[in-house]
Design a binder for this molecule. Structure first.
Ligand code: UT7
Length: 324
């Protein structure tokens, strides 16, 4: 027998304000047509002034707890993936803990940029497998609108704000790939590529938060190559192949990357959950937002095999194979 971290609930939250591609046409030399055709993005949500990452995260957490039929006091640990925390410290996770009225357990942030949710899931899984926590709230939450250079058309049209959350619970499994829960994880990073996607400020350098800089074409090239490989590796570790996959739930950065990855994995696009058109790239929030969307509209069903994969700044990338 083996302990598995099984998904008990999922939820998300999006800020009220929707920004259509056409809004950028007013201030930049860009077009709805360019943004749609190069990225697949049609609109994104931006947080309201004063609305913070921990606000979005707490709302997503409440939705996931409601879905799981659990109270905040039932949770042992919060793992929150974000690159846009409210403050340099304390962690946004401890702010979520307080907003939920939770005085038990422990909470911390994970920083792996767009791959953050995959890294957070792998860490939460390790907490469950090692017996350090039985019920873990895993959240991805971002306010990327706060680190965008609104004069840089090559980046500011691509990102959005939002949050998604999962509740994981320890459950005995047989050890086979038929078990529900997280079956395998695969994490990677290579700091030689840090200049391809970074924010040009920080505590120990400029003392300010800075703005996002990206060599889009280079990141694109790495993404298509590395995402299919990491997804295959995760499946392989679980003793499964692309043919076993019911749903790919990819990081939602670019429709062309998502299609290229699915194609390399020989998984048809009708088995891919897409939210990039409505959310843009929400970094660590994009996978839990897509999981919540796919589960609540009835596509992702208990017992189905889901593969998530993501890449972002670092470069950092990875995949998780799990049975819903
Ligand atoms: O989530 C973290 C990981 N990030 C990603 O996965 C992003 C990966 N990269 C991408 O998604 C794509 O590379 C982009 C969507 C960022 C760009 O698409 P692309 O097909 O690689 O375009 P490009 O950067 O080569 O730019 C093509 C042209 C350029 O003009 P020239 O040099 O050909 O004259 C750009 O200046 O498009 C121009 N351009 C724009 N035009 C209109 C760049 N941004 C815009 C814009 N509107 N917003």
């Amino acid at each position: 027998m083996l302990v598995r971290a099984v998904v008990r609930g999922v939820g998300h939250y999006l800020p009220e304000r929707i920004v259509e591609n056409s809004e950028f046409e007013k201030s930049l030399d860009t077009s709805d047509e360019w943004i749609r055709s190069r990225s697949g993005i049609e609109r994104r949500h931006f947080a309201a002034p004063g609305e913070t990452t921990s606000d979005l995260a707490a709302n997503a957490a409440r939705a996931a707890l409601h879905d799981a039929g659990m109270e905040p006091g039932d949770i042992d640990a919060i793992v929150l993936a974000t690159s846009t925390p409210d403050l340099t410290f304390p962690s946004a996770a401890t702010m979520v803990q307080d907003k939920l009225g939770m005085t038990n357990g422990f909470a911390f942030d994970v920083q792996a940029v767009c791959a953050g949710f995959v890294f957070a899931l792998a860490n939460a899984n390790a907490l469950v497998l090692s017996g350090q926590a039985k019920r873990v709230l895993v959240i991805g939450a971002e306010t990327f609108s706060r680190i965008l250079d609104m004069n840089d058309r090559a980046t500011c049209v691509l990102f959005g704000d939002g949050a998604g959350a999962l509740v994981l619970e320890a459950q005995d499994g047989s050890g086979s790939s038929d078990d529900r829960g997280i079956l395998a994880t695969d994490l990677n990073s290579d700091g030689r590529y840090r200049d391809l996607l970074y924010v040009d400020g920080g505590v120990s350098t400029t003392g300010s938060s800075g703005v996002l800089k990206m060599q889009g074409k280079e990141v694109f090239r790495h993404a298509v190559e590395k995402l299919a490989t990491t997804a295959h590796t995760a499946l392989d570790k679980a003793g499964l192949t692309g043919d076993d996959v019911d749903w790919i739930v990819p990081h939602q950065a670019n429709l062309r990357i998502i299609k290229g990855t699915a194609n390399r994995m020989r998984v048809p696009m009708d088995r891919v959950i897409l939210t990039v058109q409505d959310h843009g790239n929400t970094s660590a929030a994009s996978i839990p937002l897509a999981l919540s969307t796919g589960a609540h509209d009835g596509r992702i069903k208990p017992g189905q095999l889901v593969v998530t994969e993501a890449i972002g700044g670092g470069l950092a990338w990875g995949a998780v194979a799990l049975r819903w």
